[in-house]
Design a protein around this ligand. Structure first.
Ligand code: NAP
Ligand code: G4F
Length: 329
């Protein structure tokens, strides 16, 4: 039987890199769509770069998507590309809308025109629940986004549902709660904390500057979550699924645990600065993934404590390697 082909937008990002790994392991031919940059940013995929086909495109450019679909004829498309940082969406709201919202329509419309049998996954977000109207949040919880990013993701979710209902596309929206890893971008709070803890432990910094310590998130481990994306596209019918751990923890708890893991007390190092506060905050997220458990057989495998320890250990190892490498001095 011919190998199944999967196309991943955002393959250079955290989730894209893990998804590419698991699809390769399942025997897929993987096409990674990348946007041009003046410097190479393949850190997360360098270990699998020779096993995947990298194709240039941009979410802002409709024809580049049409071209990629025509040329590579995927069976499945995973749309993970986005302007994904909430804080930046407040200062770049229009760009965020163009990529994170309208980018989804560009891909869906390209699929409709080129090959409507392609299965489509949209990376929707718990950020859509924003100022939550019920707890825990499920697929039926109404949205109340609190950032231009959240608003853009609500658009991306509904246009996915709309193309499913209007044109019969196999278009699925995965509503994923926060998921982190050693490959998380340094600007997100978990990685900012674990990298900061490692720097302090190694004597490279004395403080860690954060914003709101009371915000609560349902934090899972990214490799567990990309498996759910694949499971969604193997279902006979497209649908919407919440993916979450069902536990919520504050930024303060995350910091406390991360510092404690290296024998330090976070209160001696964490400084708060209004620069990292948001014009509107999402105070509490916690998801109920019962539908995914029942229909997909999916459950998270990594605990909050394991996640924190794993990320701190990875950052300590990374910095130690960099300190030993003269190119980083
Ligand atoms: P990420 O690490 O920030 O990766 C984002 C990817 O999008 C990168 O590969 C980036 O390319 C690409 N991209 C950005 N703008 C683009 C454009 N105009 N054209 C083409 N590609 C573009 O994000 P992630 O954490 O892996 O998240 C993956 C997806 O899931 C995103 O859509 C995010 O919004 C969503 N999501 C994430 C979480 C989470 O907790 N991680 C939760 C829910 C939903 P460059 O490498 O060139 O910048
Ligand atoms: O790590 P964050 O920036 O993630 P946020 O805003 O929850 O968004 C992430 O998860 C979403 C899913 O719900 C994704 F859709 C989205 O793409 C992204 O992956 O911030 C988490 C919390 C916020 O409440 C923020 O105010 O941490 C708080 N925080 C406190 N100090 C900080 C900081 N966040 C950042 N980035 N930096 C700080 O210094």
């Amino acid at each position: 039987m011919a190998r199944r082909r999967a196309m991943i937008t955002g393959v250079t990002g955290q989730d894209g890199s893990y998804l590419a790994e698991i699809l390769l392991a399942k025997g897929y031919e993987v096409i990674g769509l990348i946007r041009r940059s003046s410097t190479v940013n393949f850190e997360r995929i360098s270990h699998i770069q020779d096993k995947i086909t990298l194709v240039p495109f941009d979410l802002l450019d409709f024809y580049s998507i049409v071209h990629a679909l025509r040329e590579y004829q995927p069976h499945e498309v995973y749309n993970l590309a986005a302007q994904s940082f909430v804080q930046t969406s407040f200062t770049q709201p229009v760009l965020t809308g163009e990529t994170t919202a309208l980018g989804v329509t560009r891909i869906l419309d390209a699929i409709r025109v080129v090959d409507p049998t392609i299965r489509f996954y949209q990376a929707s977000s718990s950020e859509m629940f924003g100022k939550v109207v019920e707890t825990p949040q499920t697929e039926k919880t109404p949205f109340y986004p609190r950032s231009p990013y959240g608003v853009a993701k609500v658009y991306g979710h509904w246009i996915t549902v709309n193309y499913r209902e209007s044109y019969g596309l196999h278009a699925t929206s995965g509503i994923l709660f926060n998921h982190e890893s050693e490959r998380r971008g340094l600007e997100f709070v978990t990685r900012k904390i674990t990298h900061g803890v490692a720097r302090i432990k190694l004597g490279l910094d004395r403080t860690l500057v954060l914003g709101n310590l009371e915000a609560r998130r349902d934090w899972g481990y990214a490799p567990d979550y990309v498996e759910a994306m694949w499971l969604m596209l193997q279902q006979d019918e497209p649908d919407d699924y919440v993916i979450a751990t069902g536990e919520t923890h504050s930024v303060r708890e995350f910091a406390e645990l991360a510092f404690a893991h290296v024998g330090l007390d976070y209160r001696d190092y964490v400084v708060q600065d209004p620069r990292f506060m948001r014009p509107a905050e999402v105070d509490l997220l916690v998801g109920n993934a019962a539908k995914a458990r029942a229909r997909l057989g999916w459950a998270p495998r990594t605990t909050f404590q394991e996640l924190v320890r794993r990320m701190v250990d990875a950052d300590l190892a990374l910095l130690q390697r960099q300190l030993a490498d003269p190119r980083h001095r």
